[in-house]
Design a protein around this ligand. Structure first.
Ligand code: SF4
Ligand code: SF4
Length: 63
């Protein structure tokens, strides 16, 4: 099982999560911030987001 963090459309581009990310995995996009492949699933961004726009999704690995 892989734990992945995603940012939903509720993001208001405040930038707090990007400041908090220890590996600089969050970048600003046109309408919201996005989490890149560098994410190590630490969860810090989800804790700090004021609008709960960061969600965890679990992906079952093939095989
Ligand atoms: S902290 Fe939340 S609202 Fe702010 S940029 Fe990150 S995901 Fe968007
Ligand atoms: S879960 Fe941790 S490593 Fe991944 S984007 Fe959020 S703060 Fe960065």
């Amino acid at each position: 099982m892989i734990t992945n963090y995603v940012i939903t459309s509720e993001c208001m581009n405040c930038g707090l999560c990007a400041e908090k990310c220890p590996v600089s995995a969050i970048v600003e996009d046109e309408e919201k911030h996005v989490i890149t492949d560098s994410c190590i699933s630490c969860g810090s961004c989800a804790e700090i987001c004021p609008v709960d726009a960061i969600r965890v999704i679990k992906i079952k690995q093939a095989g």
